[in-house]
Design a binder for this molecule. Structure first.
Ligand SMILES: Cc1cc2nc3c(=O)[nH]c(=O)nc-3n(C[C@H](O)[C@H](O)[C@H](O)COP(=O)(O)O)c2cc1C
Length: 403
């Protein structure tokens, strides 16, 4: 099966991340594909995350020659071979059997880091054991502070390099595709409620076999509620709404973790400054891939204002809409230290497990090298805003926040 997956992703028809999206659509039941692919409400922010990259054009320096460009960078004290980290993706095990392990392994093999979501079906210790690469944990407070304290202790003992605390999820966004398709019923419903999924699931026998071999919908082994054990995956929506993270919680997390805390979900300079005040080591300019509050700006659009406010005090990462190496280069030119990729690797995961993630990362690495060479820039660390132009094209009123 592994060879078949490797063959599939090596097909000449798979040349970019969009091709993985098509493969994922063919391999997943519709309800699962839409969960991965979709955004909140009218999906305006989801689309804007991609479109914002079109408004930034390159300013290349020609007639310079490098055999290879230096793609390395350093994020939060970790040396990375690539300026991209794998973002936390909840329910990865529903996309592919033990998806968290597959993604962490592929990240480590590519010389980069993986962020494990709280909404994961695999114990954090098992994920750590699966990869040589740096590993981070994304924390929600579902289950309450006591459960979080226990998880933080486990992450420390396992050797995780930092905590990403996501602040844009006061409640789950209204993803209308999920609501219509019945994603909640697929994950948490009774057998009777699940009958409606039979046609789409039976049409994807490989996915079904893996899902059943994995034992169906797992519990959350990293959210252990005192006296109750691991939280069932089914309670997540309600649990999120009951556990909104506040700045006070961030201060508390910073004190008990005593390592790098990264605030994920910053879209304004005010929140960036508050993150610095609570002791964050980095922030992620992010709108959760357009899955939370619709019509917030594209992350790339919010980036310059935030980079300017942070003024080098802490590291600034960004995510949202990264599908090509050129996108990564643009984000770095606008001040990001590195980016997080979400769907770009998750489509690969859904299409072909570890081999799919590895190939998606390889495509992005080749893209990066080619883009830098065409740009006439020798290294990721040498990128500056002089390589891009953000002025909107004529008869296009969209503007970037000034730097
Ligand atoms: C299917 C899916 C599940 C996600 N789950 C989480 C999560 O559990 N925690 C979190 O902080 N972000 C989560 N995110 C957001 C990603 O970490 C990241 O911010 C986003 O995917 C970036 O946008 P992109 O997919 O366009 O790259 C999820 C995104 C997707 C697509």
């Amino acid at each position: 099966m592994i060879n078949a997956a490797a063959r599939r992703v090596r097909s000449p028809k798979v040349v970019n991340v969009q091709d993985f999206r098509s493969l994922a659509r063919r391999r997943l039941p519709k309800v699962v594909f839409d969960y991965l692919d979709g955004g909140a409400e009218d999906e305006i922010t989801l689309r804007e995350n991609r479109r914002a990259f079109e408004d930034v054009t390159f300013r290349p320096r020609h007639a310079v020659a490098f055999a290879e460009c230096d793609l390395r960078t350093n994020v939060l004290g970790c040396d990375l071979a690539l300026p991209m980290i794998l973002a936390p993706i909840g329910y990865s095990s529903v996309m592919h059997s033990r998806g968290e392990i597959a993604a962490a392994r592929a990240a480590g093999d590519a010389g980069t880091a993986y962020i494990l979501s709280t909404i994961s079906g695999v114990a954090l210790e098992d994920v750590k054991a699966a990869t040589f690469g740096p590993l981070f944990y994304q924390l929600y407070l579902i289950g309450g502070r006591k459960a979080a304290e226990f998880t933080i202790e486990r992450a420390r003992n396992a050797g995780f390099s930092g905590l990403f605390v996501t602040i844009d999820t006061a409640v789950a966004g209204m993803r209308e595709r999920d609501f219509r398709n019945g994603m909640k019923e697929l994950i948490g419903g009774s057998m009777f409620e699940k009958i409606r999924f039979s046609p789409q699931i039976l049409a994807r026998p490989l996915w079904l076999m893996r899902f059943l071999l994995d034992g169906g919908v797992p519990v959350l082994p990293n959210v252990v509620v005192p006296g109750r054990g691991p939280m069932p995956l089914t309670d997540v929506g309600t649990a999120l709404a009951q556990s909104t993270i506040t700045w006070e919680d961030l201060r508390w997390i910073h004190d008990i973790w005593q390592g790098p805390v990264i605030v994920k979900g910053v879209l304004t300079s005010d929140d960036a400054r508050r993150a610095i005040d609570v002791g964050a080591s980095a922030i992620v300019v992010s709108n959760h891939g357009g899955r939370q509050l619709d019509t917030v700006p594209a992350s790339l659009r919010a980036l310059p204002e935030i980079v300017s406010a942070v003024n080098g005090q802490i590291e600034v990462l960004m995510d949202g809409g990264i599908r090509r190496g050129a996108d990564i280069v643009k984000a770095i030119c606008l001040g990001a230290r590195a980016v997080l990729c979400g769907r770009a690797y998750a489509y690969g995961l859904a299409a072909a497990g570890q081999a799919g993630v590895a190939r998606a990362l390889e495509i992005l690495r080749e893209d990066l090298n080619r883009t830098l060479r065409l740009l006439g820039c020798p290294a990721i660390k040498a990128l500056t805003d002089s390589y891009v132009d953000c002025s909107p094209p004529r008869n296009n009123k969209r503007q970037f926040n000034s730097m």
